[in-house]
Design a protein around this ligand. Structure first.
Ligand SMILES: Cc1ncc(COP(=O)(O)O)c(C=O)c1O
Length: 398
């Protein structure tokens, strides 16, 4: 790792490792010094199809030669293709396209407010969760439940009421005391907050509370959606449907694509002039999303995420789960967290030195969100590289 972190002409907003990646194939990437890494990070749950997937490369190459961008002044038939795939897989009705996760959530927040205004609630409130992460725009960082991310950016956007995660009683209490609530917004599996899955009974109870109170259930599937947990969308494990779902990350396999997918109750809330995004749904982005969704289906990547993910979680549990200093191994499909009892950010660097890309989130949680093409042998390799690092780390003085 010879490359200094300094990039003097780039604003210093990330704590970067001194590694520059040059190319990749499948679940492997190589740096500019020729060192190979196993990619258990997938660009933070983005590279669904791994790197340089031949079918995606061919499709994008063809698309670039035809049309990259047109604007939304015109019809974009590929938007209809992706919209049909997303609504077909989710059971929802229509999709709005944008380019990032925060943009999808920003659209959700605007939609919820308009939903309130349309029924006479002029100061609408949205229930959000502790430890949530919804993005870094002003509205989405206000919805985010992490004071570190909010610090220095006040005044925050008003209209959010915070409750503990996985606590339906807290939401029930809010229903009694806050007549202006219009929606509940949460991640079915909290990602940045530490890979915290919502319980199925909790999601079902939220669905019932939203129905009883005429609120929108808005699920942020930016990180956990698009087959990562072994179903198209993580909420499907609970057998419910949201009214609004935000997607991004894995949807374009690395090409920036975000989407807000909504059901019947929400589909007519926003109309012409209410919302927009210059790049949203452009032909290149839509080709990436269409191809990603089709390849997931054709190559059985949902089942792969479920089976390889379950085996990976089980062997992490076997290797690490019972050690003092390991709090829990948890997650669903290829969205796995190993929580340690003390901050372990240093493991990011040590893993990279051992040829493994991953991340540490919420200070103490090792986050594994690899491409959905991960093989069983590669899953074993993740454990073989990670377990000794964690054991050595645990053996050190806190
Ligand atoms: C659940 C969730 N929502 C929203 C976002 C924000 O997405 P983006 O960084 O594309 O704006 C993220 C990013 O990590 C996320 O994990």
């Amino acid at each position: 790792m010879t490359h200094p972190a300094a990039m003097p002409h780039v604003m210093n907003t990330y704590g970067r490792l001194p590694i520059a990646l040059s190319h990749g194939r499948g679940c492997r990437v190589w740096d500019t010094d020729g060192r190979e890494y196993l990619d258990a990070l997938g660009g933070i749950a983005v590279n669904t199809l791994g790197h340089a997937h031949p079918r995606l490369v061919a499709a994008l190459t063809e698309q670039i030669g035809k049309l990259i961008h047109t604007s939304n002044y015109y019809q974009v038939p590929l938007q209809e293709t992706v919209g049909a795939l997303l609504t077909g897989h989710s059971g929802l009705s229509t999709a709005f396209f944008c380019s990032t996760g925060l943009e999808a959530n920003e659209a959700a927040i605007k939609l919820a407010r308009k939903f309130g205004h349309d029924k006479g609630i002029t100061r609408p409130e949205i229930i959000v969760c502790e430890r949530a992460f919804h993005g870094r725009s002003l509205a989405t960082l206000s919805a985010t439940g992490n004071p570190k991310i909010q610090e220095g950016f006040g005044p925050l956007v008003e209209g959010f009421v915070r409750v503990p995660f996985n606590d339906a009683a807290a939401v029930r209490d809010i229903a009694k005391s806050h007549p202006n609530v219009v929606a509940v917004m949460l991640e079915p599996v909290q990602g940045v907050g530490g890979i915290n899955p919502a319980r199925n009974d909790y999601l079902r109870e939220l669905r019932a509370l939203c129905d009883a109170n005429d609120w929108l259930l808005m699920l942020d599937e930016v990180q956990c959606g698009v087959a990562r947990t072994g179903k198209w969308f993580a909420y499907q494990w609970a057998g419910i449907q949201p009214d609004v779902m935000s997607l991004a990350k894995g949807l374009g396999s690395g090409v920036p694509v975000g989407a807000l997918v909504v059901g019947e109750r929400a589909k007519n809330v926003l109309g012409p002039g209410n919302h927009g995004s210059t790049f949203g749904g452009n032909p290149l982005a839509m080709r990436a999303a269409a191809e990603t969704l089709q390849i997931i289906e054709a190559d059985g990547l949902m089942a792969n995420a479920a089976t390889v993910g379950a085996a990976l979680k089980a062997s992490l549990q076997r290797e690490l789960g019972e050690l003092p200093g390991v709090v829990e191994v948890r997650g669903e499909g290829l969205m796995i967290g190993v929580e340690l009892a003390r901050p372990c950010g240093v493991l990011l660097t040590r893993a990279a030195e051992a040829g493994l890309l991953l991340s540490v989130t919420a200070d103490t949680v090792i986050r594994i969100v690899p491409p959905l093409i991960l093989s069983a042998a590669e899953a074993d390799e993740i454990v073989a590289r990670l377990a000794p690092l964690v054991k050595a780390f645990l053996a050190e003085q806190a």
